[in-house]
Design a protein around this ligand. Sequence first.
Ligand code: ADP
Length: 559
Amino acid sequence: MAKVQQVPDDNYPFLSGGGEMGELVRSFDWSSTPMGTPETWPVALKIIVGTMLRSPFPMHITWGDQFIQLYNDGYRPLLGNFKHPKALGIPIWESFPEIWDTVGPMFHGVMEGQSVRFPDFKLFLDRNGFMEECYFDFAYSPIIDEYGVIRGVLTNEIETTERKLIELEKENLADELNAINEEMVAANAELKMANEGLEQAQEELQATFLQLGESEIALRLAIEAANFGTWHIHSVTRAFVTSHRLKELFGYRHDEDITIEDAIACITDDYRSYVATALENAIYKGGNYDVTYPVVGFHDNQLRWLRAIGNLKADVSGEFSDFTGVVMDVSDQKKDEQRKNDFIGMVSHELKTPLTSLNAYLQLLQIKARKAEDTFTIGALDQSVKQVKKMTVMINGFLNVSRLESGKINIEKQLFDMADLVKEVKEETIEMISTHRVIFHPVKSTLVNADMDKIGQVINNFISNAVKYSKAGSTIQVSCITTNGVAQVSVSDEGIGIRGQDLQQLFERYYRVENNNNISGFGIGLYLCAEIISRHNGKIWVESELEKGSTFYFSLPLA
Ligand code: ADP
């Protein structure tokens, strides 16, 4: 520990002046250090200390192998609050343990004759109670005595921390600025691209508008050429906006107003409620609207068949929908269909009489052949009877279609037991079908109010299809159960099955699945079944898997 000693200035003329540090150096007890009292100092030390104390530039000296320190007023701030005044008269490594690893080798180098100079050298100093990032511009040079021996190290040093930190800050800012600039350039490029995209979108939009205009013209021309009537219905106000052609089709004059109710009133009695319900469903429940119906013109009293197709579109506001559509005159097609149906009906009817006689003759021949025990003829006649039956079924089918189309099919309902009907069907089937194993599951007594013949026809149709579309020897199962308040009949087979996309259309008139061309048929059996079941307020459907088999179902309300 340094001791303070009052030594008058003039005892050490070489130590005079030098401000505060001069005073401290003079009053310091140098005798407790390896340097000894100042009067014993070598000339070189005396001179350099005196010079240092008077220098306004920050200077520091270490003397001897122990690197004992002296410094001037200019150097003091570099030592912070912690290192001054303790640093005076003690070895440098005791004052700067945190940087000795770095500067120690330099000091030793200087003691061996090397001078060093570093601008903006970074050091972490603990001079104010915390580690500080500091920068110094310094030079270490050897102090030589009169004999040319290196005795100490002179440090000329200025702190550049403030300037350096500002510089670093500037560099950082410049880097950030650069990064921002780059981002801005990239953002600009993106903006440019977005702009280009926007321009292109605008051009496409214009082109689309043009096309839209063109397609609107094309649509109008097509509607005019096809002589379609058009209409719009506002779902909330029910405003009915119609074209002149629509008014004509309902027998109204162009200048007359027509409401939805006026149009519906023109529809014939038997179709009116069907069309009105379909229309309400389409507007308020988004149902399909494709209806064909007859109307009697309001002024001209002419009967016309019309087909109307509509489409519901919600307004962007979500507050109402616009129900629009076209209506066309299909009277000619209807007349053609009527003529075709009449023809088919007439031909089928005419064919039925000779076929009935043929059947009767064949039965007579069968009796005769049995009596004569002519086995060959018996066999041939059995086959002929089967073929005649098949033909009868086919002709009845056509007859039924034509009756159905002209509204002449009659449903004669009666109360009967499904168990009895299934029994009848079973007997017929056993007699007719020998190629397949047909299993009839037991049926509990199930009363329904229906047309027994026609329901029997439906079951027979299911069975004959099962036979037609499955391999000989495979099994067909027929069952009738009661479930959820309905009688449910099902016929399942192990046949070719039906693809999912065909299932919906099977029940349409003349619909046949493409890949069964080698199996004869006209696609009317299931259509008739569906019509018969719908007239009983029942349901008809099918479940099927390709190459695994199908199950056809229908259900009827219980009596
Ligand atoms: P078709 O006289 O052609 O048999 P249907 O109306 O009875 O007419 O049947 C329509 C179509 O449904 C048939 O052409 C056939 O493709 C298909 N189909 C009906 N029943 C079956 C079944 N059990 N298995 C596979 N396909 C069937």
